[in-house]
Design a protein around this ligand. Structure first.
Ligand code: NAD
Ligand code: TYD
Length: 351
């Protein structure tokens, strides 16, 4: 019997890498990718697996409880890997309700369906909730987030993810649902929607447009290659313990402004531009409201208990990422046409 794996949000950035990994690594699993195809979901992210015999795409919204219950009634899923979410902090500042609906209500709908359909046969099942380090709040100049750091979310996005994490733990503690949670740092890599810092900067540099850096560019993020995240999810799903949380991070902290300078240097070379020319596009703009100063993940538990470590140095990963975007200009053109234009105007022209 093939195991059925439900991956939610599989048409998004990280989800598409997780789908690709599971379809290719596990021919004995049947992967169902459930995605509403919001602005962030794109089946072009999965052209290489679309025809695989162990893969199906299901279009649907996790906020629709009845639809989710029906899907679980139709398929006896062994594993759920839940990534579907509204994921961008700036959008959460403009429209928090969408984040409550998908990230909180949608997660609870999935938990209810798993609880209902797995009842009395939890053995071998697992509900994997993919979360973020942003639930822990902001660090000062020193220290790192561990699995026992107190939750202290500041943005509507991180508050909604924190809430969903609490619900997942509550379903474990109250109903015994076999759950596992991971909290990961900022990802980068191919198929990343150009509303987030790295793909947005690549897109703007390519088009000789200003690179908007919030505040003074002093904020620090800990960047992880997206394929390393997908591999960590694979390891935790198969080897992690029920009820546990695992932090995932790259031990790779960068101030935004330093990262942008490195990116400019790489792109000058790739685009055969004079050294220093892309950096002239850097434009400091009004800071994000409630902007968390610094994130840094301590991933010791994952390393010591499950043997996972990041595989790629940042500079190499960033080069690969730039190469992907330069070689996939049609993907970028497609996702930046239409609604992206008005999003960009709303976010940046007023700043
Ligand atoms: P993304 O925005 O690129 O993709 C989200 C996907 O979810 C899209 O395909 C979208 O269509 C789908 N979706 C949104 N609302 C839906 C709904 N109501 N029903 C069904 N599908 C819906 O996000 P991402 O960056 O790939 O993040 C995936 C997960 O990883 C999220 O849960 C996010 O919180 C978490 N995470 C992201 C990062 C990061 O750096 N991007 C870091 C840590 C954790
Ligand atoms: P982002 O990619 O939105 O991820 P997150 O907010 O989840 O960490 O932003 C990464 C960092 O880059 C964050 O400190 C905000 C900053 N930033 C800019 O300076 N300019 C931008 O245009 C964007 C989108 C982000």
């Amino acid at each position: 019997m093939m195991k059925k794996v439900l991956i939610t949000g599989g048409a998004g950035f990280i989800g598409s890498h997780v789908v690709r990994r599971f379809v290719n690594q596990y021919p004995n699993y049947h992967v169902f990718n459930l995605d509403a195809l919001t602005y962030a979901g794109n089946l072009e992210n999965l052209t290489d697996v679309n025809g695989a015999s162990n893969y199906n795409f299901v279009k649907g919204d996790i906020t629709d409880a009845e639809f989710i219950q029906d899907l679980f009634a139709q398929h006896d899923f062994t594993y759920v890997i839940h990534l579907a979410a509204e994921s961008h902090v700036d959008r959460s500042i403009s429209n928090p309700i969408a984040f409550v609906m998908t990230n909180v209500v949608g997660t609870v709908n999935l938990l209810n369906a798993a609880k209902h359909h797995w009842v009395d046969k939890f053995e071998g099942k697992r509900f994997y909730h993919v979360s973020t380090d942003e639930v822990y709040g902001a660090l000062g100049e020193t220290g790192m987030f561990t699995e026992s750091t107190k939750y202290d979310p500041h943005s509507p996005y991180s508050a909604s993810k924190a809430s969903s994490d609490h619900f997942v733990r509550a379903y474990h503690d109250t109903y015994g649902l076999p759950v596992v949670i991971s909290n990961c740092s900022n990802n980068y890599g191919s198929h990343h929607f150009p509303e987030k810092l790295i793909p947005l900067a690549i897109h703007n540099i390519r088009n000789n447009k200003p690179i908007p850096v919030y505040g003074k560019g002093e904020n620090v993020r800990d960047w992880l290659w997206v394929e390393d995240h997908a591999r960590a999810i694979d390891v935790i799903l198969h080897k992690g313990k029920n009820g546990e949380t695992y932090n995932i991070g790259g031990h790779n902290e960068w101030k935004n402004i330093d990262l942008i300078h490195l990116l400019c240097k790489i792109m000058d070379k790739k685009l055969v531009r004079a050294e220093g020319s892309s950096a002239q596009l850097i434009t400091f703009v009004k800071d994000r409201a409630g902007h968390d100063l610094r994130y840094a993940i301590d991933a010791t538990k994952l390393k010591e208990e499950l043997g996972w470590v990041p595989s790629l140095q940042f500079e190499e990963g960033l080069e690969k990422t730039v190469d992907w975007y330069l070689n996939n200009q049609s993907w970028l053109d497609h996702v930046t046409s239409g609604a992206y234009q008005s999003y960009y105007q709303d976010q940046y022209e007023k700043r």
